[in-house]
Write a protein that binds this ligand. Structure first.
Ligand code: GTP
Ligand code: MG
Ligand code: ZN
Length: 336
């Protein structure tokens, strides 16, 4: 497990002009020199469960953080009671700069974006091959969010005992995304966990997908039970008696092999916040062809220089087709 050491802060002493007189005065706020570093494991109605060294510490946001919210995966600085004992509450005084941000909006018209997970470096997009039926549009949208947020995508196709993966594999073949296919039997004999674990090695992987595709089943197969128990998984029982995940939860893989973050199922993945010009970075083979594009080109418009560039043989047309399909997923409504 990663350890979190002490953190000092130099920004907390501020000078500002005194409003009444003109003499400057020094406004000394608490320095939090003794703040410890922690990792946010889960958030439940304003209460944050954090890992500080090897202790699980409950915390809340300090008022000085203002409207800034800490999310799962955030590295934070904590002060107060860090013992981790029952009924203690520490305070989060700082959120460290994020290395990646997975964002979504509830739908495309909703300007309010929420950060789903911070600091993940991989996005496992989980799709069941049946029950529920695969929804390529949702996969495409998760891909765009991953590219936009700086996460590398991984396709996880579950329930191959119910339907074959061929059609989906064909659809995503040109995108060159690593993928893994799992079945009920492989979950039970451990093969699924072994195969998926290889792709998670040393990384922080967030699992996303529609409700019921098997995210939690897989995460549970990956993380030994005693490690899961420390944080108390937040679950609710659905109308059909199935357990559904209600808040994101980070769990450590065995050894020093990284983290997995289970998240609640999503029906849609709004992309109102996405800047299309960032998606092209995920296509390094096409990116040089954008040199002659008009300013602020969406790469999905008539004047885009990519068509001519690909026609001239510089890249595979199938790759341009895939890029355009992803970019177009921002325009269409979901659910089909
Ligand atoms: N047949 C089959 N069923 C599976 C497989 N993996 C998971 N399931 C079942 O699918 C159902 C849903 O699994 P969950 O792991 O709860 O799904 P989830 O993605 O976490 O769902 P939410 O928390 O609601 O987002 C459970 O009844 C699992 O037993 C599989 O490979 N094959
Ligand atoms: Mg779940
Ligand atoms: Zn263009």
């Amino acid at each position: 497990m990663r350890r979190y050491g002490k953190h000092t802060d130099e920004d907390d002493i501020r000078t500002r002009p005194n409003r009444r007189g003109n003499r400057p005065r020094t406004n000394i706020r608490p320095k939090h020199e003794d703040a410890a570093e922690g990792l946010v494991l889960t958030v439940d109605r304003g209460r944050l469960t954090c890992l500080v060294e090897d202790r699980v510490v409950m915390a809340m946001k300090a008022r000085e953080l203002g409207r800034k919210a800490a999310v799962v995966g955030d590295r934070v600085a904590l002060v107060g009671d860090l013992s981790g004992r029952k009924d203690t509450l520490a305070r989060i005084v700082r959120i460290q700069e994020r290395e990646s941000v997975l964002r979504r909006t509830a739908d495309d018209d909703d300007p309010y974006e929420r950060v789903v997970v911070a600091n993940a470096d991989q996005l496992a997009i989980v799709t069941a091959l049946a029950d529920p039926e695969p929804r390529p549009r949702l996969i495409d949208r998760c891909l765009v969010a991953a590219y936009d947020g700086g996460l590398e995508p991984l396709l996880v196709m579950t329930k191959s005992d119910l339907a074959p993966p061929d059609k989906l594999l064909e659809l995503y073949g040109d995108l060159d995304i690593p993928y893994v296919v799992t079945s009920r039997e492989e979950l039970e004999n451990g093969d699924a966990a072994d195969r998926v674990r290889e792709l998670l090695d040393g990384r922080i992987t967030a699992f996303v997908g529609h409700s019921g595709v098997g995210k939690t089943t897989l995460v549970n197969a990956l993380v030994p039970e005693d490690r899961r128990r420390t944080t108390g998984h937040v679950n609710a029982v659905t109308g059909r008696g199935r357990h559904t995940t209600t808040s994101a939860l980070a769990l450590p893989l065995a050894g020093d092999d990284g983290w997995v973050i289970d998240t609640p199922g999503v029906r849609s993945f709004g992309l109102a916040h996405v800047d299309p010009s960032r998606v092209i970075h995920a296509f390094p083979d096409l990116e040089p062809g954008t040199a002659d594009c008009p300013r602020a080109c969406s790469h999905d418009e008539p004047d885009c220089a990519l068509d001519a560039w690909v026609e001239a043989g510089h890249a595979d047309p199938a790759r341009l087709y895939s890029l355009r399909r992803l970019l177009a997923t921002r325009e269409r409504t979901e659910g089909d």
